[in-house]
Structures are given as structure tokens and as C-alpha cells.
Design a protein around this ligand. Structure first.
Ligand code: ADP
Length: 378
């Protein structure tokens, strides 16, 4: 219906009649409409033409020698390519009613009586041509959007691959900085004139280490977008346990309110999600407060929701969406160290597993982060 350059083509109307004078009459009537009229003098010829190109409507004479209009219509309807093309039967006014109704059962959308009333024919054809043009512009739009989406996906892939290789290459020189400043501090500390000099060196090493963590986080974020993942039933209770163990003695009270129903996901990704949520929950607390974390689950129909709730500093509602983006941090790195990538990883991982995540929080009232996944069938 559209050519390769996505330009609309003129609507084509196929007229089928074995009598040349009838074809001329039909063509003359349709002459002042903005369309291309194509003639066929038999059912066979009509089928050949319909196979090659799309038509807005077919005007089909019922009485023809050889393959008649009804038979032709049955073939038109039987072929996937022409199945939806509207057919208007042209029948003699003295044709018995059964012939007309038979036309409808075969798939005619309308009929017109001979002798033909030019205005009626024109207005009927016009309706189908308009419909054809509308669906044609819709097809063009769909094709255009598909192309834009594909281009976007391709440039995203390129960008991810680029940032991956850049990040990778940045780590080498950084390792040299941290490695050599450690050696300086350890073996040449006395050669550095005073404590201030040593402090500068420590800061250089700490800065390089922070940058290395940042690059590592970026690399895992980028890998998360590219790697293929396999979704299977995951024992959520086990993953939660591993994440709690991963806190590695950080002073905190962590309560697990099971049971945790199994969910459809990816074990490693889910582990990363819980460990990011838990490390935030124990990190973002007011000074001198023992972090208290509660992990619990809820079943919502076919989905499992797991909450990670803390007694921390909380987050104002206007930041509830922003914090899930890369590098969005609400606090200076001095107060609460971090890279601003943890929650972006949580969101991306949840999306890759077909799940969702969010937060419910207010300043000073603690935060309740949640993640949701399809429940695993028993
Ligand atoms: P990071 O922890 O490295 O700073 P995240 O992407 O994990 O980065 O979090 C983004 C920001 O969201 C944090 O810097 C912090 O401001 C806020 N945030 C995340 N978790 C919590 C929490 N449990 N309580 C309060 N603020 C939080």
C-alpha cells in the first residue's frame, strides 16, 4: 500500500467486467475522482492483478463467462493478500434477490445495480477510497515509528558499548594512581616532609578509589542493559538472606517478616537489587541512630511485592522518581558516601525482570522501598 520511500500512493480501483463497453462506462464515471482505475476483463485476470498490488476497492461484475463474479470473490477472500479488499458487486436490476444475498454471504460489502447511477457509484467508491487512504497513512505512521524505535535501539546499543569500553579503559590508569600512592604512603612516608603532604596523598588515593567504584558501578549498570537474562522461579527468602549476610556486620537491626513467596526473576539480579536497597537502608540514617530495617512481603494477585523499610532520614516526595536515575544523589558525598547509581541499577534490574519498584517516604519518617515481581507458579 505504501512504496519504499513511505510516500502515499494513489488509491487504485479494480473494475472487472467481460464487456469492454461496460469497462469504459465504469471508467468514465470514475474519471473525475483522484484515483487510478485498473481494468480486468475476466475473473482470472482480476486475481492476477490483485495478487500483485493493493486496491482500495474492486467493482466486480456478477455475470461473466468462465469464472463468474461469485467464484472470483471466493478466491479473493481465500487469499491472505486480498482477503480484506472491499468488493462491490455490479448486478443487473432484474437479478433475483437470492443472487444479491449470495453476494453478501461470499463477502461483498455492497452492490450496485445496472444500469448504473453515476452519482451513487461515485459516492460508494469514494467511501472506500477514503478508508483506504486513512489506513494507508496509518501504515506509514506505524512504519515510521518502527524505524525511529529501531534507530533509537541501535544508537542506545552503540552508546552502551562506547561507555563500556571507555569505562573499562579508565580503570587502568586509576589502578596506577591508587597503587603507587599506597606504595608512597607505606614505603616512603618518611620522605614526605610533613603530615599535610601525607594527607594530600591519602586524599589522592581516596579520590581515585571513589572514581574506581563509580566506574565499576557504571560498568554493571551498562552490562545490565546489554546482557541477556533468563527468567526462572527464584527463592526470594534465600536471596533476602544472602543480602542480609552481605551487610557484613554493619551495625543494624534487621528483621525479616516472612514468608517470602517465590517469584519469577533472575537470582543474581534480584540479589543485587536487595543488596543495594539494604545498603542504602542502613546508610541513610541520622548520626548516632541504630539503623532498623524490616523486610516483608505481600501478595497482590499474581504478583509478589517485597518491602524494605528503614528508620532513616527519609526522602521528600518530589525526589521519589528522581533518585532512581543515574547520578541522582540528594546528599553530599561527604555525609553519605555513594555513587548515585545503586537505585538506577535497582530500577533497570527490575524492568529487565518484568517487575517494578518504587518508594514511599517522607523526610524524618523513614523510607519504604518496594519491588514487585510476578509470583512463581507452584
Ligand atoms: P547512592 O546510595 O550511591 O548515593 P543510590 O542510587 O543508591 O545512590 O541512591 C540515590 C539517592 O537516593 C541517595 O544518594 C539518597 O539521597 C537517596 N536514598 C536512597 N536510599 C535511601 C534511603 N533508604 N533513605 C534515604 N535516602 C535514600
Amino acid at each position: 500500500m505504501i512504496d519504499e520511500t513511505d510516500k502515499p500512493v494513489k488509491a487504485r480501483v479494480l473494475i472487472v467486467d467481460d464487456q469492454p463497453e461496460n469497462l469504459i462506462a465504469l471508467e468514465t464515471i470514475l474519471d473525475d475522482l483522484d484515483l487510478t482505475v485498473v481494468r480486468a476483463s475476466s475473473g482470472e485476470e482480476a486475481l492476477r492483478l490483485l495478487f500483485a498490488e493493493d486496491y482500495a476497492v474492486v467493482l466486480l461484475d456478477v455475470r461473466m463467462p468462465g469464472m463468474d463474479g461469485f467464484e472470483t470473490a471466493s478466491f479473493i477472500r481465500a487469499r491472505p493478500r486480498s482477503r480484506h479488499i472491499p468488493i462491490i458487486f455490479v448486478t443487473a436490476f432484474d437479478d433475483p434477490l437470492e443472487r444479491v444475498t449470495r453476494g453478501y454471504t461470499i463477502g461483498a460489502v455492497d452492490y450496485i445495480l445496472k444500469p448504473i447511477n453515476a452519482d451513487i457509484l461515485r459516492s460508494k467508491v469514494k467511501v472506500f477510497v477514503e478508508l483506504f487512504l486513512k489506513s494507508q497513512s496509518l501504515e506509514i505512521e506505524v512504519a515510521r515509528r518502527r524505524r525511529v524505535e529501531e534507530e533509537l535501539r541501535a544508537s542506545n546499543r552503540e552508546l552502551e558499548a562506547f561507555s563500556y569500553s571507555v569505562s573499562h579503559d579508565l580503570r587502568g590508569p586509576l589502578r596506577a594512581i591508587t597503587g603507587f600512592s599506597d606504595v608512597l604512603l607505606k614505603d616512603y612516608a618518611d620522605a614526605i616532609a610533613d603530615e599535610e603532604g601525607r594527607d594530600f596523598l591519602r586524599r589522592i588515593a581516596a579520590g581515585a578509589r571513589q572514581m574506581d567504584t563509580l566506574i565499576q558501578d557504571l560498568l554493571s549498570f551498562s552490562r545490565l542493559g546489554r546482557e541477556r537474562i533468563l527468567i526462572s522461579p527464584v527463592d526470594v527468602a534465600l536471596v533476602v538472606n544472602d543480602a542480609v549476610t552481605g551487610l557484613n556486620g554493619t551495625p543494624a537491626q534487621v528483621d525479616r517478616d516472612g514468608p517470602f513467596p517465590s517469584a519469577m526473576g533472575h537470582r543474581t539480579l534480584l540479589g543485587q537489587v536487595f543488596s543495594n536497597l539494604l545498603s542504602n537502608a542502613v546508610k541513610f540514617v541520622a548520626p548516632d541512630t541504630l539503623p532498623k530495617v524490616r523486610i516483608r512481603s505481600e501478595v497482590h494477585g499474581e504478583r509478589v511485592r517485597v518491602w524494605v523499610e528503614d528508620n532513616g532520614i527519609g526522602i521528600a516526595p518530589e525526589f521519589h522518581e528522581r533518585i532512581f536515575r543515574v547520578f541522582e544523589r540528594l546528599h553530599p558525598a561527604g555525609g553519605y558516601p555513594g555513587t548515585g547509581i545503586g537505585l538506577a541499577i535497582v530500577r533497570r534490574a527490575m524492568e529487565r525482570m518484568g517487575g517494578k519498584c518504587g518508594v514511599d517516604s517522607a523526610p524524618g519518617k523513614g523510607s519504604r522501598f518496594w519491588i514487585e515481581l510476578p509470583r512463581a507458579k507452584k
